[in-house]
Design a protein around this ligand. Structure first.
Ligand code: ADP
Ligand code: MG
Length: 327
């Protein structure tokens, strides 16, 4: 990208718009060789980075709004899964062309969302490439202990936030709209919005800090993501499929298929976490309105066993346990 052009893009679409969200701990933001921050004392810093590649992580015809919200949400969801509070982020953008309309829409969505979640854009890189890619690195604070995949213990309850499966349905609708024309407008909108505008569970994540020690965000699909917890914690789990909170938009789908979407579909960006019986009671008492559901229990052994009415439930073939780039 020609330098003058690159600088006007940075200034117009990113630097100016980033000024809406300003944290006191940022001493120097976009414009110099580096950003400079003065981290809060007595807090841990956490980082996470994710790249979205056009045609791989999102369809080539995705709107700039969809790409921006997905790129930031995926990263914010990782912060939520650690129990972290968002602080700053950087953005590396590779563009195939300099399209003012695209840049305006992309940066508006990105920086509106950043402002909503209280995360400040402090730097980045802008290049030209043959493929559109968006890399975002987020930084966050943790006051206590991070919620780790390796911290599940035998006897813990397994819980999920919100409802599952709407993003998976949204993906089916996006790929094949005609097949879903008999669905209500309301349910189609709900599913597509879950797919394109996920809500990372940052508030819940910070609450869980005081009640749980183990969490993961549901990005690959519940079964695959619980699998990560089990592997890293060295234990097994039983999940009762009848307890899985299904998204409303799955109502008109046969239960077996709806469960399949909820259990294997990615991109829900809800949290799956474990907690002791005592912590569960405390959490329920202190946050009666918190939207979460107990779906199973950690036990000794290996692997995830799905159950229905105390019988093993076979829903998922071995080859479809969620999305894996090199699988
Ligand atoms: P350098 O040549 O030192 O890498 P750049 O010319 O790439 O610097 O960037 C100039 C400034 O603009 C830096 O502060 C950088 O962090 C910031 N920047 C570049 N691209 C972006 C972007 N897409 N979003 C936010 N900040 C950016
Ligand atoms: Mg640079």
């Amino acid at each position: 990208m020609a330098k003058a052009n690159e600088f006007s893009i940075i200034d117009r679409y990113f630097q100016q718009k980033s000024l809406r969200t300003q944290h006191q701990d940022v001493l120097l933001s976009i414009g110099d060789d580096c950003a400079v921050v003065q981290p809060k004392p007595d807090s841990k810093l956490v980082f996470s980075i994710d790249t979205l590649i056009a045609g791989v992580h999102f369809p080539l015809d995705s709107s700039p709004e969809q790409i921006a919200s997905k790129a930031l949400a995926a990263n914010l969801s990782d912060l939520a899964a650690m129990g972290a509070e968002p602080a700053w982020f950087t953005l590396a953008l590779s563009l195939t062309e300099s399209n003012p309309n695209w840049l305006e829409r992309f940066s508006n969505t990105l920086l509106d969302m950043a402002n909503d979640y209280g995360i400040q854009l402090v730097g980045g890189d802008t290049t030209r490439s043959t493929v559109l890619t968006i890399t975002i690195q987020v930084h966050g604070y943790i006051k206590g202990e991070p919620l780790l995949r390796s911290n599940a213990r035998v006897g813990d309850l397994i819980a999920v936030t919100g409802k599952l499966g709407s993003a998976a349905l949204g993906l089916q609708i996006a790929l094949n709209p005609e097949s879903f024309s008999h669905f209500s407008e309301h349910h189609r909108t709900q599913a597509l919005s879950a797919l394109h505008h996920p809500n990372p569970q940052l508030k819940v994540g910070t609450i869980l800090q005081n009640y749980s020690r183990c969490a993961i965000d549901i990005s690959d699909g519940l079964c695959a993501d619980i699998g990560h917890i089990l592997e890293q914690s060295g234990c097994a789990a039983r999940v009762d499929v009848e307890q899985i909170p299904l998204a409303d938009c799955l109502q008109s789908i046969p239960q077996h298929q709806a469960l399949k979407m909820a259990l294997t579909g990615g991109d829900d960006y809800q949290l799956c976490f474990t907690l002791t019986e005592t912590a569960y009671q405390e959490l329920k008492d202190e946050y009666p309105k918190l939207d979460f559901t107990i779906i199973g229990r950690i036990c000794s052994g290996q692997g995830l066993q799905l159950m229905a009415n105390d019988n093993p439930y076979e829903l998922i073939a071995k080859d479809e346990k969620g999305y894996n780039h090199f699988g």
